[in-house]
Write a protein that binds this ligand. Structure first.
Ligand SMILES: [Zn+2]
Length: 102
């Protein structure tokens, strides 16, 4: 067979392989992830995400317990706590721990 036929056969057989379908599924998945990331970055524009707030919440709580002006020091965390009930609950828990042990 000539080279054209070879490539044609290679191409058509790879199309029928399940591996090809799998890589197609992965592409769908990452496209969905990208969509979600875009959605998140759209809605959360300047604000922090819950994960970011969780990461800062220890520090935030300790500073607040020390009487620091946390809304000045970490305005984005304060802003998130004002609008996110989940993180506010987490903050309350941390607050009671910090105040309990301090
Ligand atoms: Zn949150």
């Amino acid at each position: 067979m000539n080279i054209k036929q070879f490539f044609k056969r290679l191409f058509s057989s790879s199309k029928q392989k399940p591996a090809f379908q799998q890589s197609g599924m992965q592409a769908d998945k990452s496209a969905m992830m990208q969509k979600m990331v875009t959605m998140l970055s759209n809605t959360q524009d300047v604000e922090l995400t819950c994960d970011e707030v969780f990461a800062l919440l220890d520090q935030f709580t300790e500073l607040a317990a020390q009487g620091e002006d946390v809304s000045q020091l970490m305005p984005l965390v304060q802003q998130h706590l004002d609008m996110c009930e989940d993180c506010r609950e987490e903050y309350k828990v941390l607050q009671s721990i910090v105040q309990g042990t301090a």
